[in-house]
Design a protein around this ligand. Structure first.
Ligand code: COA
Length: 186
């Protein structure tokens, strides 16, 4: 019984997060498409979700949380950035959400960025981050945050090159908190 109550509590929490994220993310992202060499940078679409889920499992060795998959089914265009290769396959993705601790601050959070193994080390994560952050810097938000582990040099370097600065330590999870202020809040 306590286990059931515990999982119902989690479910309730996820549903609340999902609802808030649906509300906050409406029309939040500029829908520009950019081509750079063989890669096309564009907002997410439902038809790429299965590829994203498979790549996520491969790279992080754990599935995307179900509530996030449900959020992205409704808000792929607003909360996902993609770099597609010449065969329309997902080479790199970044996933965004609004975190509970930042509600009311107009800050969007970059939760994950991942590059398919064959495309790593070519600057793709940095390019996708720059592209996505540009799309969110459209006058509606104050800034964007992300977390990186102290030892994850690649993630840290690519975040810093995209304009994030380390502003504090996060206790839960233990990581560095990075933030980029947007310029054009109306
Ligand atoms: C982390 C990850 C997203 C980086 O993607 P990437 O496209 O390979 O990264 P980039 O090519 O943009 O490289 C980032 C920077 O780190 C630098 N770098 C890489 N290894 C380094 C090292 N050991 N020491 C110092 N710098 C290093 C690169 O040189 C590059 O900087 P540069 O452009 O000045 O040379 C990718 O490796 C990945 O998908 N990892 C698995 C998922 C993950 O851990 N995501 C991050 C947490 S959400």
């Amino acid at each position: 019984m306590p286990a059931l109550i515990h999982s119902l509590g989690h479910l309730n929490h996820d549903v609340k997060l999902w609802k808030h994220n649906l509300q906050l993310s409406r029309g939040i992202r500029r829908q520009s498409v950019v081509t750079d060499g063989d890669f096309t940078f564009k907002p997410g679409e439902n038809r790429y979700l299965k590829q994203i889920e498979a790549l996520h499992l491969q790279v992080f060795r754990e599935p995307l949380p179900r509530w996030l998959v449900w959020l992205y089914r409704f808000r792929a265009r607003q909360l996902i950035g993609l770099a597609l290769d010449g065969e329309d396959k997902v080479a790199c993705y970044n996933l965004f959400m609004f975190q509970e601790v930042e509600y009311g601050e107009d800050i969007i959070h970059e939760l994950y960025v991942a590059v398919a193994p064959q495309y790593q080390g070519q600057g793709l994560a940095t390019k996708l981050r720059c592209y996505s952050l540009e799309a969110y810097d459209n006058g509606r938000l104050n800034g964007v945050s992300t977390l990186a582990h102290h030892t994850d040099i690649k993630a840290l370097r690519s975040a810093q090159k995209a304009g994030y600065a380390i502003t504090k330590e996060s206790a839960k999870p233990p990581a560095l908190y990075l933030y980029r202020q947007f310029m054009r809040k109306f």
